[in-house]
Each structure stands twice: as C-alpha cells, then as structure tokens.
Design a protein around this ligand. Structure first.
Ligand code: SF4
Ligand code: SF4
Length: 306
C-alpha cells in the first residue's frame, strides 16, 4: 500500500518510483514496521507521525484518527503546512451533522425545554428508560456515552471520568430533547424495517434521503474498520449481511446498520433499518436527524483519540 500513514501518496513520488525511498505504508502495515526500523537505524529516531500511528494501530491519520491534526503534524517539519492543518481543523468542525437539510445550523427551540420542565419527571424517565439522577437532572445514555440533562440550567453534559463536561452541540441537545418528548414505554416490535416501509417513506426523498454515501466511501472496502467503529459505539454484532450491528443511540431506539462489502464486480451496499415501532416514538425529521448523527459517529469513531 503506497500511501503513508501521514497521507503522502508515495506511488506518485519520483523518489519511490526511482527506488530511492520506500513507502512508509499505513500505520498498521508491515511497510510501516520496516520503515520505522530503518529510520531508527539510519537517522537515530523514527518519524514521530509514523511511530505514533503504528503504536496506536491507526492506518491513516487524516482518515482514522480523532486527534488529527495533532502536535506531531503541527510541530514537525513535514509533511503539511500550518495553513493546510488550520484548514483541516476548520472544515472538520464545519462538517459535523448539526445542520438542517437546507444547510442551516440546528437551533434548539426554547419551547422544547419549556414542555420538558412541565412534564412529570418520573413519568418522563420511565417512558424514556432513563435515570432520574436528582431534582432536575436526568441521566441519558447515548450510544456508549453517559449524558446528563440539567433541566434547570437547560444544558447537556457528558461524563468524563469523575467530572461532567458541558456539550456545546445543539444537534445532540435537540435529539435528546426530541427523544425525551416523544418516546413511550412500549416494547420493541422485533421486526426490522427499512425507510421504504415507513408510513412517512415519502419524507426520506431528495434532501431528506439518508446520507449513506460517506459510510460507503469509508467502509465499503473495509469491513474491519466498520466493525471497529460500530464496536467502539457499543454496537452488538448481528448475523446478517457481510457485517451488521445494532446500535443504541437511545434506550428505546435501536438502529441496525447492515453492510455488504464491494468488490471489482459489485459496489458496496448499506442498509439502515429500524424497529417497526420507530414511528410511534419519533417523527420523520427526528428519525432522519438521528440516523445522520449516528452515521457521523460511525465515521469519526473506531480509532481512539490518542
Ligand atoms: S512524514 Fe513520516 S509517515 Fe509521512 S512520509 Fe514522511 S516519514 Fe513517512
Ligand atoms: S495522534 Fe493520530 S494523527 Fe497524530 S500522529 Fe498519532 S495517529 Fe497520527
């Protein structure tokens, strides 16, 4: 594989073609192991990017590491300029899914908080399968994370070790509120259905079509990467398709991701399925938003922040 962990494509470099320089390869490759050994032997120390990617089992820093662009790039002499790294930082932040189909930033309507604070908190927690932690505070699991909603402050927090970090992500706040406001204490139906079987199937067209392309681009030829990402989000493996996982964004809402790997003949395929009860718990726009949010988490998860 002639692309290095840092993203440099050696196959188009004259030094590689002339045989003057070998490729570093992905951080998980034999090439990386050999290159690190050669750099230690010849230079006294390996490239810190390659050594870090190798140590953390990161194939490609730009694609797979949540820490990119890290200090190894910012402080090192190469391969990228500060301008390129700043652009990557800015555009990665802009690419989060917190936008409406029209591209507007998501807003959290204050009425949602108003309605929530007027509800009986015990009933609300029972319906949603969440924990009433203390007056005005609700613990709500999201994928593998533990979140806390503070109804008095109207804020959302994420458990980080022994403390709680405030979450400044209106999209996640909105999804938590919509879940709490709409969910009911009903058992799962047990039958998986696709978008076309929803009563509101017409909604999932055009700008509301589920955005499967980024997942297909990233995992269509890399099912192990898909498995790592799904498992990092607490997904349960299912004996379906080439690789399939049940993910639990919220306690009463499973989402099923089924992936078929592509090859030279066939393109990869992805199906996102729901429990048949989903429309009694969430409106169509919330289903669309939740799938976007979970798909985004799949894309950015899998490799630890190192
Ligand atoms: S920066 Fe490091 S990983 Fe990238 S090509 Fe150079 S030696 Fe290899
Ligand atoms: S922290 Fe991540 S992005 Fe930075 S060098 Fe290590 S693997 Fe690459």
């Amino acid at each position: 594989m002639p692309t290095a962990a840092c993203g440099i494509d050696c196959s188009v470099c004259r030094l590689f073609i002339l045989g003057v320089c070998s490729t570093c390869g992905p951080g998980t490759s034999r090439e990386a192991e050999l290159k690190v050994a050669a750099q230690k032997r010849l230079l006294g120390a390996p490239c810190s990017i390659l050594a870090c990617a190798r140590m953390n089992r990161v194939a490609y820093c730009l694609r797979d590491c949540a820490s990119f662009p890290c200090d190894h790039f910012a402080l090192g002499p190469y391969p990228f300029s500060q301008g390129f790294l700043s652009m990557q930082k800015r555009r990665r932040a802009e690419a989060s899914p917190g936008k409406s189909p029209a591209g507007e930033p998501v807003q959290v309507p204050e009425q949602y908080w108003d309605v929530l604070t007027r509800m009986k908190i015990q009933d609300l927690c029972c319906n949603a399968g969440v924990h009433h932690e203390s007056p005005g505070k609700i613990r709500i699991p999201f994928l593998k994370e533990e979140l806390r909603i503070d109804l008095k402050e109207r804020l959302l927090f994420r458990k980080a070790g022994a403390s709680w970090d405030r979450i400044q992500d209106p999209f996640l706040v909105l999804m938590c509120l919509v879940y709490l406001l709409g969910v009911k204490d009903i058992p799962l139906g047990g039958r998986m259905i696709g978008v076309n079987e929803l009563k509101t199937a017409h909604f999932f067209q055009g700008p509301h079509a589920l955005r499967n392309e980024p997942l297909l681009r990233r995992f269509g030829q890399d099912l192990d990467g898909f498995r790592r990402s799904a498992q990092a989000l607490g997904g349960e493996a299912l004996d379906l398709a080439d690789a399939a996982y049940a993910l639990h964004p919220f306690p009463r809402i499973p989402l099923y991701y089924l992936m078929w790997e592509g090859d030279e003949e066939f393109s990869p395929r992805l199906s996102v399925l729901f429990d048949e009860t989903i429309e009694t718990l969430l409106p169509a726009d919330a289903i669309w938003g939740l799938v976007n949010l979970v798909s985004y988490r799949l894309l950015i998860s899998g490799n630890p922040t190192v």
